[in-house]
Design a protein around this ligand. Sequence first.
Ligand SMILES: Cc1cc2nc3c(=O)[nH]c(=O)nc-3n(C[C@H](O)[C@H](O)[C@H](O)COP(=O)(O)O)c2cc1C
Length: 169
Amino acid sequence: MQTDLRNRFLEGMSRAATFVAVATTDGEAGRFGVTISSLTSVSADGDHPSLLACVHHLSPAATAILKNRAFCANLLGQNQQALSDLFAGRAKPDAPSRFEAVEWFAGPGGQPILAGATANFECKLATALLWETHYIIVGQVTAAWLSDEPAALLYGQRAYRKAVHLTED
Ligand SMILES: Cc1cc2nc3c(=O)[nH]c(=O)nc-3n(C[C@H](O)[C@H](O)[C@H](O)COP(=O)(O)O)c2cc1C
């Protein structure tokens, strides 16, 4: 692929501010979690609501989600930058491991529900497709938690951000 096109793609997509989530999973393949900006709502009106996430095929979390056939999409709150960095592998080398450093509990489906998230969606794996470098993972939501604090952490132009209300002039 042309380097210039790749760079323009990356720069263009960096301008699309997204919310930040951590996809967690637990089961026979072990407990893993990874920070993602690729969480997308698919449908509220199927058998179950559904969502998708794109996770790099070399991420241990992707392999574990496929084997455990379940995961939780934890939509981070505005003050959870440190947690996002932790699950993106950006913590200091001597920091405690990901699940020792955060508060969490197991949902009814056994998936790790991270405390402090603005919303948590526990999912059964519905399907997954390997496209180039990433698995597109579709989950059927089986349970959801909402915190009292609705402001989500955002990421855009390569930095954490928060949404501000536009005033009408
Ligand atoms: C804000 C943010 C968003 C990210 N979004 C994604 C994503 O959607 N999919 C993905 O595979 N990696 C994404 N990453 C990168 C992974 O979090 C990171 O590469 C990964 O955790 C490192 O691999 P490890 O889990 O093996 O340590 C994102 C990182 C950050 C900081």
